[in-house]
Ligand binder design. Structure first.
Ligand code: FAD
Length: 446
């Protein structure tokens, strides 16, 4: 068998990466802190979904899982805004046929683990929590369910153990390791819109629903069972704060005031609100991601806030890029060189998606409800559909493209200037005038 690679963390990125590495013939050892998800007890019975988009689909394609995963997903072509009076406004995400896909986190992870299980050169260990790592010797120590310590030594170690990575903790003791962790003053609660009596969706299932309320917001993504998983994002310290709503009366009064159209569709609201944990939102930035033959990947390297729906997509893309570099470089290049190339390629993109995600939070909770914003989006949509060779919106660059996130960040600023120019000069009536618009785009995008 080939060299031994230990992966710490069998979540989304770890399980996908294990398959890539197994396909290349490595002896892969995948350690996961939690129990085996395939036993169906994950998420405490709640369904939590994620938006999968082109980058993630492309990464799944390489292991032949894209079709299978799309079959258990629901396409969302745009966002549906709900105002406080219950009026709705629809905004497509991109061009005709461009969708993001709502998929269950646990079902996706299970599909990946099921596929990984088919490779004889992948060994999986559940209920094994990494407690120590030696970055010089590639030795890791895991605590199993019985409390025993199990040692592992590999040729290469990749940390896919998420936002609170144990391997990253070990890296923090290294000289010149930069690290920042920033929490938003926002928490989130997962709630549910149930199906109707016939098991059907009670809202349009091909949209991501948003209830923007300036300093807070709720979103809802569809599940194949006819229900929607809703997420309420609200400040911890606010009036009211997310943890200050405690009694059934307080929760009911709040939802009646701000989410009156959704409230009747949420019969388990009080129970869900009181029993479901309050999640936290963190951005983690660090560098370097690689030390000797140990590297960070996915959320372990770059946790981002969830407002662009790209954390998993970006983590899957990390796997793809690393796999390409291994394919192109091994065995001629040493591992530290491969891992160095990987971090150089991905770090600017991870920083870009972290920035994009923070920016999109303001857009989703605060701006999407305003008529000025909707007007701006209409112009943007017109430009991207009528002038597709020249103008691509930032959302399309981020979500419907596999070009660098850093490019989406850079072009976002240029796009903003174009939209400002059109609105400020009242050029909306000239959108059909192709020679005028082409000239404007050439000038402002150059
Ligand atoms: C509310 C919310 C909504 C989101 N929505 C989206 C979305 O719509 N689209 C999107 O693309 N992304 C979304 N994300 C981001 C996405 O969840 C993450 O980016 C993605 O899960 C990262 O994958 P990962 O494998 O790096 O980490 P994880 O999926 O967190 O996996 C890490 C794994 O490591 C294990 N582990 C942790 N510590 C140890 C240890 N010491 N030893 C062994 N194992 C360990 C964990 O149990 C876990 O299984 C969202 C995130 C949140 C919080």
């Amino acid at each position: 068998m080939g060299e031994k690679i230990t992966l710490v963390g069998g979540g989304l990125a770890g399980s996908l990466l294990s398959i890539y590495l197994a396909k290349r013939g490595y002896d892969v050892h995948l350690y996961e802190r939690r129990q085996d998800m395939r036993d169906g007890k994950y998420e405490g019975g709640r369904s939590i979904n994620l938006a999968l988009s082109l980058r993630g689909i492309t990464a799944l394609e390489r292991v032949g899982l894209d079709r299978d995963v799309l079959n258990i997903s629901i396409p969302m072509a745009g966002r549906m805004m709900h105002d406080a009076k219950g009026n709705t406004a629809y905004q497509p995400y991109g061009k005709e046929g461009q969708n993001i896909y709502s998929v269950s986190r646990s079902q996706l992870n299970v599909r990946l683990l099921q596929l990984a299980d088919k490779y004889p050169n992948i060994t999986m260990y559940f209920n094994h929590k990494c407690v120590e790592a030696d970055l010089k010797t590639n030795e890791t120590v895991f605590q199993n369910q019985a409390g025993e310590l199990v040692k592992d030594k590999a040729d290469v170690v990749i940390a896919t153990d998420g936002a609170f990575s144990a391997i990253r903790q070990a890296m923090m003791h290294q000289p010149r390791f930069s690290y920042s962790q920033t929490y938003e003053n926002y928490g989130y609660k997962e709630l549910e819109i149930v199906p109707d009596a016939n098991g059907k969706f009670q809202l349009d299932e091909n949209c991501l629903h948003i209830w923007p309320r300036k300093s807070f917001m709720m979103i809802a993504l569809p599940n194949p069972g006819g229900n929607f998983t809703c997420t309420l994002f609200m400040p911890f310290d606010g009036n009211p704060g997310i943890d200050q709503l405690k009694t059934a009366e307080e929760i009911t009064a709040f939802f009646n005031e701000y989410f009156a159209d959704a409230m009747p569709l949420m019969p388990n609201l009080i129970e869900d609100y009181q029993n479901n944990p309050t999640g936290m939102l963190v951005t983690v930035r660090c560098y370097p991601w690689a030390k000797n033959k140990v590297a960070l990947l996915g959320d372990a390297a770059h946790a981002v806030v969830p407002f662009y729906g790209q954390g998993m997509n970006c983590s899957f893309e990390d796997c793809l890029v690393l796999d390409d570099l291994i394919g192109a470089g091994r065995p001629n290049l040493p591992w530290n060189e491969i891992l160095h190339q990987y971090q150089e390629k991905r770090k600017p993109n991870a920083d870009a998606i972290a920035n994009l995600a923070l920016q999109n939070f303001v857009e989703m909770r605060d701006l999407v409800g305003s008529p000025e914003f909707l007007h701006r989006k209409k112009i943007e949509h017109a430009l991207s559909t009528q002038y597709p060779d020249k103008f691509t919106s930032q959302y399309e660059r981020t979500t419907f493209s596999t070009r660098d996130y850093a490019e989406a960040w850079e072009f976002g600023g240029k796009n903003d200037k174009i939209l400002d120019a059109i609105i400020q000069n009242g050029w909306e009536s000239k959108l059909e005038d192709s020679s005028f618009i082409n000239e404007l785009l050439d000038e402002m995008l150059s």
